[in-house]
Design a protein around this ligand. Structure first.
Ligand SMILES: [Zn+2]
Length: 191
């Protein structure tokens, strides 16, 4: 049973083909024949965040602050792959910051989230990385990032209850040492 490995453009596809065979399937049957290439393309897309840094996705989307008010972006959807099982976890991120001299275009925040979500990840790290990126780009007075996600590596294997979600939080600046400020933002995030 010779696999036409050299016909697969992406080296990941050859591994996917071998994996399918190891599972006892016939990688040549019609439904699976194109699967290795599709899997490789999907995995490349889902890990495309390795190819950029926050500065790249933000571009010219940073402006001078005009007010002093808190900026809150709620319900930024994200999908990622857990680095322990290579299975999806997905949910929402809420991002708040208290501007210093700079603000960021609101559409750029989901792009920063995607940049980190499209890597092999753990939820805690995405949360911290989004907070660090905003701190570095904007030097704000405070940042809070809250993520809520479901992990298929837990849900599909029956490790967690069907609808339970994992929450992680990262705080910087004023939100790290002012409990009242932190409480205000948290209640706004929860709407
Ligand atoms: Zn996992």
């Amino acid at each position: 049973m010779n696999m036409p490995v050299d016909a697969l453009a992406d080296p990941i596809a050859a591994h996917a083909q071998a994996m399918i065979a190891h599972l006892g399937e016939d990688p040549r049957r019609a439904g699976l024949a194109e699967t290795p290439e599709r899997f490789a393309a999907a995995l490349r897309f889902l890990t495309g965040g390795y190819e950029a840094e926050p500065e790249d996705v933000v571009g010219r989307g940073i402006f001078e602050a005009e007010g002093e008010g808190l900026v809150l972006v709620r319900d930024v959807e994200f999908h990622s792959l857990c680095e322990h099982h290579l299975l999806p976890f997905f949910g929402r991120v809420h991002v708040a910051y208290l501007p210093g001299d700079r603000i960021i275009g609101l559409s750029k925040i989901p792009r920063i989230v995607d940049l980190y979500a499209r890597r092999l990840q753990v939820q805690e790290r995405i949360t911290e990385q989004v907070a660090d990126a905003l701190e570095k780009l904007l030097e704000p007075k405070g940042v809070m990032v809250l993520a809520e996600a479901r992990h298929l590596c837990m849900a599909m294997r029956g490790v967690e209850k069907q609808h339970s979600a994992t929450a992680t939080r990262a705080v910087r600046g004023v939100y790290a040492h002012d409990a009242m400020a932190r409480h205000d933002v948290l209640s706004m995030m929860k709407g």
